[in-house]
Design a binder for this molecule. Structure first.
Ligand SMILES: *Cc1c(COP(=O)(O)O)cnc(C)c1O
Length: 392
């Protein structure tokens, strides 16, 4: 099996598994209990919180564990919205290519009295700061912009956005799920006020993540119930998952340089290899993107058919966000880049991890062209595309 879909999820690493293991059968106490078993869990939780905080230059009390990236995004934005109501402000700025965990929340807020401005991300998949400045109003109270896009890998100018927001007293949230372990993050230096993260994109387990909330921001509780997570997010803590998350975050940070060096070379190789085929383009920006993600449009093929053909030879890749596969809608990210629908339909996302090998990339590059040729030969659209009537 060649797994090239690491932006969808990743394998749990041995280190993470080892960090989680004691909390299933031995130290399984409820962290709220007063006896030894409970205290062990509580201590473990606080050590995980401190470890994670030190990776991003914040305080342990600013890290709140959640059930993953989607929950963190929901919490950040919905709670910020309720703060905004208290301030009498109702304008939010975001981008057109956020993850659906952000976009769908914004859409709901838009139906409930909030106004949302979606900044264009242009062909290179990066916002322009002058357009951000132009979008800000007297009643703007929240800016939410993702750090690294999950489909095309482009990196936003987070430090600059942070400064613009802080200077104007506007809350700044970033979905950093795809950024951890790929770009350096210092929430204080970058003036990030809320940041979402997820475990399963960095070799921890699914269903665990965190939200960083600057201590000066008093958000309302997200899940009401017990006093866990300082009364902000009730529910008995997923101690094993959180221990794995802390191990994963530490490793991702320590191994970032190594991983990026290796994946930069592999990404160059993939791009060079794929571009040998005619009528193929790289989506997003080659330079200002993380090395682990490469996205192509291959005209004359349908993304889903390509994935099925790759699956037959046990290669796992993606054609857009996992959340929308199964629907026939083209990726909202590629549409936001201004790609025509038929081009956005023929997209292929390759996403790597530190475990991806050069041999795997070599076999992928060997297998891809015959599949593309086969699909193109079957495609009625391809006939007209070939003759450059549709140019990409
Ligand atoms: C995967 C992902 C999420 C959702 O995280 P879950 O832990 O799966 O809920 C949010 N944002 C981005 C950018 C992602 O890639």
């Amino acid at each position: 099996m060649i797994y090239l879909d690491n932006a969808a999820t990743t394998v749990v690493s041995d280190d993470v598994l080892a960090a989680m293991e004691p909390y299933f059968k031995c130290s399984y106490g409820n962290a709220s209990s007063i006896y030894r078993l409970g205290r062990e869990s509580a201590l473990a939780l606080e050590s995980a919180r401190a470890k994670i905080a030190s990776c991003f230059n914040c305080e342990a009390r600013e890290i709140f564990f959640t059930g993953g990236g989607s929950e963190s995004d929901n919490w950040a934005i919905k709670s910020a919205a309720s703060l905004m109501l208290e301030q009498g402000k109702n304008h939010i700025v975001s981008t057109a290519f956020e993850h659906h965990a952000v976009l769908n929340v914004l859409e709901t807020l838009g139906k409930n009295g909030f106004e949302v401005t979606y900044l264009p991300v242009h062909e290179n998949g990066i916002i322009r700061l002058d357009e951000l400045l132009g979008a800000l109003r007297e009643n703007t109270s929240l800016v939410t912009i993702m750090y690294v896009n999950n489909e095309i890998g482009t990196i936003q100018p987070i430090s600059e956005i942070g400064k613009i927001c802080e200077d104007r007293g506007i809350l700044f949230h970033t979905d950093a799920v795809q950024a951890i372990g790929s770009v350096p993050i210092d929430v204080k230096a970058q003036k990030i006020k809320m940041m979402s993260a997820s475990g399963h994109k960095i070799h921890a387990m699914k269903g665990v993540g965190f939200l960083y909330i600057d201590k000066r921001i008093k958000l309302p509780a997200f899940i009401e119930g017990g006093a866990q997570e300082r009364g902000m997010r009730a529910g008995t803590e997923n101690v094993a998952g959180i221990m794995g998350l802390a191990a994963a975050v530490e490793h991702a940070k320590a191994n970032m340089k190594n991983k990026n060096e290796k994946l930069t070379a592999l990404k160059e190789k993939i791009i060079e290899g794929v571009l040998k085929m005619p009528h193929v383009r790289v989506n997003g920006c080659r330079k200002n993107s993380v090395p682990g993600i490469a996205n192509f449009s291959i005209s004359g093929v349908e993304g889903e058919s390509l994935l099925l053909q790759l699956d037959l030879i046990d290669i796992a890749a993606s054609s857009g966000s996992a959340c929308t596969s199964g629907s026939l809608e083209p990726s909202h990210v590629l549409i936001a880049l201004g790609l025509p629908h038929e081009v956005a339909h023929g997209s292929l996302r390759i996403s790597m991890s530190e475990y991806t090998t050069e041999a795997e990339i070599d076999s992928f590059l060997k297998e891809l062209p015959p599949i593309v040729n086969k699909l193109r030969n079957m495609s009625p659209l391809w006939e007209s595309m070939k003759t450059d009537k549709i140019n990409i």
